[in-house]
Write a protein that binds this ligand. Structure first.
Ligand SMILES: *Cc1c(COP(=O)(O)O)cnc(C)c1O
Ligand SMILES: [Zn+2]
Length: 434
């Protein structure tokens, strides 16, 4: 891979200990707005226009068939796609929680209920090490943190990210100190705390937590900290591309026709699109149109509202929904999500809390998958999009479940025993169960 080494050396930076940074095919950071390029480093905003920075790659050395073989021979986790990610080639040997390669479930029972005839799949990311999609993004961020010489990992979180950072830091030997709204679900708080890092509740909502972290990052108190979704955000965000890679590989190296993706900050949705575009450019899938649909909860629907109003800008909201993992009222990637939904012919839709709970139960009852509230949002929105004619039931559709229902038990409180009986047959019959 001589071409990549050259590209890296030309553009690259050094970490705090003075050794060169090796992040594989990642060549530089490039501004999403103006294209200005800077060397790889723990920076996230363009110095020219304040636009978000993202990873620019050099994939020019790859031969399609060799790349496909290399991926297929790789480990059963996201590192099979290391040649397409900002990580060193030997990443699979590092202490990392190694997420990914989660199940793509052919959801025939759910398809029947929803009237989908073109093939319906659930990409079930509750199967990751800390039971949410966030393990994918944190796994990338921690490799960047290692490369840049950070020893403390931090983040602002709606819950799942806190757990993913805690676990990844524990395994990789980093200190972790993470910040969450003080009133999150107990399952998420325990999951975040159990790995032994510091966990701080902030009196406020996620947007307040995020603002606090931005202040901390500019203060001596936060010096030397790697904030996975702030100064490591360009690296973190790339983790979401692995969802696209896995979905297409699991479909036999084919693009699905339609994807339904949840929106919190919108990062995941934009990187899913980036991942699909890369597969097309690399020739790993045949080029054809696909539609990306965004899903929000009505109680935190800034992107959906902007989409329906035909706007290019997103007006912040104050979240109030049971889908707390998606409760970001001021989503950083909102405008890019609008762009992608419109460009691909998708849409952005929202469902209310009652519809979210109904959808959680529907998915559990039909497919044996217990989703967290974010999964209720995507399944609920899928149903709504079919009803209003925006999603074509005759096309191959992939719905994301990004988290585990065991972390959001409150949302389905009241679900429980069918009956309580004495331990004898008479009592069993009395209860009408015979
Ligand atoms: C974080 C999260 C998402 C998506 O987040 P983005 O900020 O839009 O990338 C989706 N589902 C769950 C369960 C999450 O925790
Ligand atoms: Zn710029």
């Amino acid at each position: 891979m001589a071409a990549q080494t050259v590209a890296n050396t030309a553009d690259s930076t050094v970490n705090t200990t003075g050794s060169p940074v090796d992040l594989g095919p990642a060549a530089a950071l490039s501004c999403r707005e103006c294209g200005h390029r800077v060397p790889l480093g723990p920076v996230f905003a363009c110095e020219e226009c304040f636009g978000p920075l993202e990873i620019a790659y050099d994939f020019s050395a790859y031969d399609t068939e060799e790349l496909r073989k290399r991926i297929e021979a790789g480990p059963s986790n996201i590192w099979r796609y290391a040649p397409l990610l900002p990580v060193p080639a030997d990443v699979a040997t590092k202490p990392n929680i190694n997420p990914g390669w989660t199940k793509l479930v052919k959801a025939d029972n759910l398809a029947r209920e929803l009237g989908v005839t073109g093939g319906l799949y659930v990409k079930d990311d509750s199967g990751n090490p800390t039971h949410s999609f966030k393990d994918r993004v944190v796994a990338q961020a921690i490799e960047a943190a290692r490369a840049f010489g950070f020893t403390t990992l931090s983040c602002s979180s709606t819950g799942n990210l806190a757990g993913a950072v805690g676990a990844a830091a524990a395994r990789a030997g980093f200190r972790s100190c993470v910040f969450i709204p003080h009133d999150l679900e107990q399952g998420k708080v325990v999951m975040a705390a159990i790995y032994g890092g510091e966990l701080v509740g902030i009196e406020g909502n996620y947007d307040d937590v995020n603002r606090f972290c931005s202040e901390l990052i500019g203060d001596p108190a936060g010096e030397g900290w790697g904030f996975v979704n702030v100064n490591l955000r360009p690296y973190y965000a790339e983790g979401s591309k692995t969802l696209s890679y896995e979905i297409c590989e699991q479909l036999g190296w084919q693009l699905p026709d339609q994807l339904v993706v949840p929106i919190a900050s919108g990062s995941q949705l934009t990187k899913i699109d980036k991942g699909l575009q890369e597969l097309i450019k690399l020739g790993l899938v045949e080029d054809k149109p696909y539609k990306i649909f965004g899903a929000q909860a009505e109680g935190c629907s800034p992107v959906s509202v902007a989409y329906k109003a035909g706007l290019d800008v997103v007006r912040p909201q104050k979240p109030n929904t049971i889908a707390k993992s998606l409760a970001i009222g001021n989503p950083a990637d909102g405008p890019y999500v609008l762009d992608i939904a419109r460009r691909t012919g998708g849409a952005v839709e929202d469902v209310n809390d009652e519809q979210i709970v109904d959808a959680i139960k529907l998915l559990a009852r039909t497919e044996g998958i217990f989703a967290e509230t974010a999964g209720g949002v995507t399944v609920g929105v899928t149903r709504k999009l079919i009803e209003n004619g925006l999603l074509d039931p005759t096309k191959t559709t992939v719905v994301l479940n990004t988290g585990d229902g065991l972390k959001t038990l409150d949302a389905v409180a009241g679900t429980g025993l069918t009956a309580t009986i004495r331990p004898n047959l008479e009592s069993f019959r009395e209860a009408g169960l015979a």
